[in-house]
Design a binder for this molecule. Structure first.
Ligand code: PAF
Length: 286
């Protein structure tokens, strides 16, 4: 396994793979890897085969964090990430610095961004207005540097995956996007690097996200109902946990992300909940 820190070296290697017809599978991450990330690595390997090159990027992208958010607190442990990547059969870790990724940004000379204008508006985009501009910008840059044949994203960030899929289509990135299932703890909590920031009390109550999903599934099993009624019920359910604060809960179409007026089997539900200062998200098909 090799660690590449410069954008020029990453792009050189990617071009060589293209010339030699060696397929590249790519898993973009912000590090502090867990079993969810490793499942994406295995999915990438399965997609490109044993002779392909699996690239994992580890980069905590500052442009997707608002000034009030947890960029400084975001957990980091490169040595541990490198060990996990080696054990998972990763070929290349691409771990650039901010100066490599955003040249000139520290003195105000960086000014090019990629914006998706429709799917980015609701849910995460409403709560975090600059977030998806940062995501689409960094993902587009990473795609240009890694030149993947296949890129694997996690379903836990459902809206992010839908936006990246739209960007890939609309901006003609020549790659296949795979969205792999969310990996969960035994008690249902979706794996996330941010779970590390939870106190034991918050951790115990954080299962309220997956419990809310289960409650919504049970509700639609009894028959379709107005989305507003389901959302109000889930808001009351979440409010029972003193350490949890609902940011949003939304019912929507899984592909278009359009809000649904009625919740029924097949409707998608996403929610974001603060446990203390840590913001957790989850989603699933009802
Ligand atoms: O999902 C993430 O970890 C990040 O948003 C991504 C895709 C690596 C871009 O920074």
């Amino acid at each position: 396994m090799r660690v590449i820190r410069s954008t020029a070296a990453m792009q050189r290697l990617a071009r060589r793979c293209q010339r030699e017809g060696r397929r590249v599978g790519f898993v973009p991450t912000m590090g502090y890897l867990h079993a969810g990330h490793l499942s994406l690595v295995h999915r990438a390997r399965r997609a490109i085969g044993p002779k392909g090159l699996v690239v994992v990027s580890i980069y905590v992208n500052p442009t997707q964090f608002a000034p009030t958010e947890d960029l400084a607190k975001y957990p980091r442990d490169f040595a541990r990430d490198a060990r996990l990547c080696r054990e998972a059969g990763v070929d290349i870790i691409f771990a650039p610095s901010d100066a490599e990724m955003y040249p000139g940004k520290s003195d105000g000379r960086y000014s090019a961004y990629v914006v998706e204008e429709k799917l980015s508006r609701g849910m995460e985009g409403a709560s975090r207005p600059t977030h998806f501009r940062g995501v689409t910008t960094v993902v587009a840059k990473l795609f240009h540097l890694v030149l993947p044949d296949v890129a694997v994203f996690g379903a836990k960030d459902w809206q992010q995956a839908a936006i990246v899929r739209r960007m890939v289509r609309d901006l003609n990135f020549p790659l296949r996007l795979i969205v792999a299932p969310t990996v969960r703890e035994r008690d249902g909590l979706a794996l996330s690097s941010r779970n590390k920031l939870l106190t034991p009390g918050q951790r115990a109550q954080a299962t309220v996200l997956s419990r809310a999903l289960a409650r919504a599934r049970a509700a639609v099993k009894r028959g379709p109902l107005p989305a507003a009624r389901l959302k109000a019920d889930l808001a009351r359910f979440i409010a029972r946990e003193p350490l949890a604060r609902l940011d949003y809960v939304e019912c929507f179409d899984a592909d278009t992300l359009q809000p649904a007026a009625r919740a029924a089997r097949g409707t998608h539900l996403a929610l974001a909940v603060f446990a203390g200062k840590t913001r957790l998200i989850d989603n699933g098909r009802l």
